[in-house]
Design a protein around this ligand. Sequence first.
Ligand SMILES: C[S@@+](CC[C@H](N)C(=O)[O-])C[C@H]1O[C@@H](n2cnc3c(N)ncnc32)[C@H](O)[C@@H]1O
Length: 198
Amino acid sequence: MFHDLSPAMLARMTELEAIDAADRADGTPHNQRLRQIPPNTGRYLAILAASAPAGQMVEVGTSAGYSALWLSLACRQRGDVLTSIDRDPDKLVLARQTLDLTGSSDVVRLVSGDALDIVAAMAGVAFAFVDANRDVLLACVELLADRLVPGGLVAVDNVISHAAEIPGVLERILADPRFDAVVVPIGSGVLTARRTAR
Ligand SMILES: C[S@@+](CC[C@H](N)C(=O)[O-])C[C@H]1O[C@@H](n2cnc3c(N)ncnc32)[C@H](O)[C@@H]1O
């Protein structure tokens, strides 16, 4: 996967990384910032996604499509299409540009709307990356728990960096018998959970 990164993909990733870094430094309002995962988290998620069982591939929180590019590497290898959800139309315009510039439109489907509504209508999920606002995190994981295939994987970003904003959530997921879960200290901290057979 990582050996197949095209020049166009590398160029767009570099461009988005620069915009994100500038956003963080120049006081751009929180909801306008791209708030992307770091590159190593992207690599980690791509490996997870490539290793997931058969089923649907989902991302909650597209922003400009940076993490979707990493996940697209796994989807291309698997012959799957990533459904990537965001409710911010401005972010989806950027994401569309990302997909067009990198030739990734065939492996990423952008969906506009609220994550909870869209995930509620899904079934047979094999891999989900949850990177939306903290207020929907637990509800999203709860919805996914009933929609994952056995052995399906969920990754949730920012669980170390923003632990104070999600009191009790980690403990609840770690104790949930429907998941075998662990917090992986990569980037901002990625809760990684595998659906058990229960
Ligand atoms: C942290 S950013 C995602 C960054 C992206 N995963 C990346 O690494 O390139 C969070 C995104 O989630 C979207 N979002 C937040 N809450 C949402 C919700 N309830 N439904 C859909 N999108 C949501 C925001 O509009 C924002 O673009």
